[in-house]
Design a protein around this ligand. Sequence first.
Ligand code: SIN
Length: 280
Amino acid sequence: MQIRKLTGFMGAEISGLDLKHPVSADVAGLLRAALASHQMIVLRGQFLNIAEQKRLNSVFGPAMQLPYVTPMEGEPEVIAVLKEAEERNTGVFGGEWHSDFSFLENPPAGSVLNAVEIPEVGGDTVWSSQVAAYESLPADLKSVVEGREAIHVGKPYGVKHAPPRETRSGASIRMVRGDPAADRETRHPVVITGHEGRKALFVNPIYTTRLSGMTETKSAPILEALYKHATRPDFSCRLKWQAGDVAIWDNRMSLHYATNDYDGVRRLLYRTTFSADPPR
Ligand code: SIN
């Protein structure tokens, strides 16, 4: 197994493994360690089926079932991230910087995305290291956020970014509004501590609504400043997918963004998520 860093702050490509076969306990440990170090790892040309993807997911943690988004039929832990060729001038799932389902009391520790159909050009995913973002956070912002919580809620996702109708037949992602698990407010620390005591920013423009002890209006300029810093290109890693690739990311120590620049071409990936203890 070889590991090649993709940027200065995050992302690594791992080669020399065939994930169609179960990995040994030693290799599983190495994969978990690589994820902890690099926050996103990609293995090219794996062409995993759903069962193989679920087995890979279980290397990192127990699989999660998520509210709000309708999973694949018969596969409650799998979301098909699909945009059809005829879906033009519309948003894409994850088309804003976010951490998957941060509004849950115990948001996914990580996600696995398995590329099935990929446009020849476009449809890249971009991640941003929130460890790097925290470590270089200007002192004035650090003093505002240290020890503070942020409020997250799933509901604005539907209002701000989701397609206008409640569910869209034949469209990429089917979402159900009014799910209590998504609509209630949840609090998480703005700065969380992860592997080996490394700290990371944990706020995002899709699901974070305000900072604790402040109104939305008072929080807004602070959150805007945090997002501007958190998504600096310096901290990012952009993946140009090929069919067969599988990427795994730490959903708490990074943000990600699905680019929407491939109208007229079908894009399909399967996503699973895994859990761990709640963020601290
Ligand atoms: C996601 O936000 O999980 C989807 C990312 C992508 O489609 O690139």
